[in-house]
Design a protein around this ligand. Structure first.
Ligand SMILES: Nc1nc2c(c(=O)[nH]1)N[C@H]1C(S)=C(S)[C@@H](COP(=O)(O)OP(=O)(O)OC[C@H]3O[C@@H](n4cnc5c(N)ncnc54)[C@H](O)[C@@H]3O)O[C@H]1N2
Ligand code: MOO
Length: 401
């Protein structure tokens, strides 16, 4: 069996970024991956400006109890004249600072005389309430790195340097289908021996949430010729073909034979529980990934092994894969799997000033309720016995699920 880390490394080593990119308007590219870095061509803010509604002053001139003329009025967007000596300027938040002024006094710290002159409560230091030119971004600096998944804040930052569109990688097309003659779609009556196709209803949205364009091919009849035809078509239409089920050792399995006939197949037994069987290979121009059929095995395999492959395959530069933290277990796990790392579905529960981990009582690989109940996965080494208080690394569910 291959370790979890070695399997992730092998998958990531095959995850090349899309060859093509396209330039699209900012409002159309939330959650897409930036193909090239963005460099600023101006300073933000572009000029020194006021952080408050109040008065722009020469700080060295201010004296409490002395009244000053208001020599100009500066709403945001107006162009100031140099500040006349022994005067102040009425100024509003965001307005450009007049030449000669070096501080802004909030209007709450002033009083206005009936003749319109203004008195100040106190002396002020130079620089008070001024936002400096370039204090956010300087001309020529790097604003966004290539390979970044664009979140709303990134798009706001790009807009702040005046950029209207950005180059993003073309969307990854992922074809998915589900195997097993026992599968039935929800909404139809389940015949004896049938179960509902649960995996389709988390995998398709999870792929979409990761930014993939999904070709959802539904349930495939368990016949070799049909499976081969479908794989051939999917391998031409998609960048990645994914299947669910039929990757274990049973012989009622046409996916394996079909992938071997139409491309190449590598089958791994990964030292992970749940999620041991995983297939990887190629069909036509597309990468192939076969997830196990057991819903929790597929879910955990997808999250631990496959999701980052799909992210990197979209051109995303990934942060190091690591737990969000280590927390003490509140449970006992006396009979660990001696050969596989186990990923237990756990909930993070407040406990005084810290938190502890509760494990879902049924950790079977077909018990999908465990995934809904929990906040993420606790990672156990092969053979690791857990007692209350044992510190375990915790991985939250993370992107897209
Ligand atoms: N003799 C052995 N048997 C099994 C082994 C093994 O090493 N030797 N491994 C077990 C492990 S671990 C897993 S995980 C499963 C994986 O099996 P497959 O990937 O071949 O999946 P299937 O046999 O097609 O299905 C397994 C299970 O999951 C249900 N299923 C399948 N698709 C769906 C779906 N879309 N939605 C909901 N449920 C689904 C299916 O009905 C089966 O109950 O193999 C073990 N066996
Ligand atoms: O991968 Mo299977 O569900 O470990 O049990």
């Amino acid at each position: 069996m291959q370790s979890v880390d070695a399997t992730r490394d092998a998958l990531l080593a095959c995850a090349r970024a899309p060859a093509q990119s396209e330039i699209l308007p900012l409002l159309d590219i939330a959650h897409r991956v930036l193909a090239r870095p963005l460099v600023a061509r101006l300073d933000v803010p572009p000029h020194d400006n006021s952080a408050m509604d109040g008065y722009a002053v020469r700080s060295s001139e201010l004296k409490p109890g002395v009244a000053f003329e208001v020599s100009q009025r500066l709403p945001a967007g107006s162009l100031p004249s140099p500040l006349l000596p022994a005067s102040v300027a009425r100024i509003f938040t965001g307005a450009m600072l007049p030449e000669g002024a070096d501080a802004v006094v909030m209007q709450e710290h002033t009083s206005t005389l009936p003749d319109g002159r203004v008195m100040f409560d106190d002396v002020v230091r130079s620089g008070l309430n001024i936002r400096r030119r370039g204090e956010d971004i300087t001309d020529g600096s790097s604003v966004l790195a290539g390979g970044l998944r664009l979140k709303p804040a990134h798009l706001g930052l790009a807009a702040s340097v005046g950029v209207a569109s950005l180059p993003v990688y073309t969307q990854l097309r992922v074809a998915v289908f589900f195997t097993g003659d026992e599968l039935q779609e929800p909404g139809r009556p389940a015949l004896p021996g049938h179960i509902y196709n649960a995996n389709r209803y988390w995998l398709v949205p999870a792929l979409r949430a990761l930014g993939c364009e999904v070709l959802d091919l539904g349930i495939v009849p368990d016949r070799l010729a049909d499976t081969r035809q479908l794989l051939r078509d999917a391998g031409q239409a998609a960048d990645v073909v994914m299947t669910c089920g039929g990757v274990s050792v049973g012989e009622e399995d046409h996916v394996k034979a079909a992938v071997c006939a139409e491309g190449e197949l590598q089958q791994w037994r990964v030292a992970i529980k749940p999620g041991k069987p995983l297939a990887f290979g190629r069909v036509g121009q597309a990468d192939f990934i076969g997830l196990p059929g057991n819903p929790v095995a597929a879910w955990v395999g997808f999250i631990v092994l496959v999701r980052d492959f799909l992210r990197a395959r979209q051109g995303e530069v990934l942060p190091r894969w690591q737990p969000q933290g280590w927390l003490p277990a509140s449970f006992r796990w006396p009979r660990p799997d001696p050969r596989r790392e186990e990923f237990l579905r756990v909930r993070v529960v407040p406990d005084g000033t810290s938190h502890v981990l509760h494990a879902y009582p049924q950790q079977g690989s077909a018990v999908l309720s465990s995934c809904v109940w929990s906040d993420g996965l606790a990672r156990l080494q092969p053979g690791q016995v857990v007692e209350p208080g044992t510190l375990l690394p915790v991985y939250g569910w993370g992107a897209g699920v």
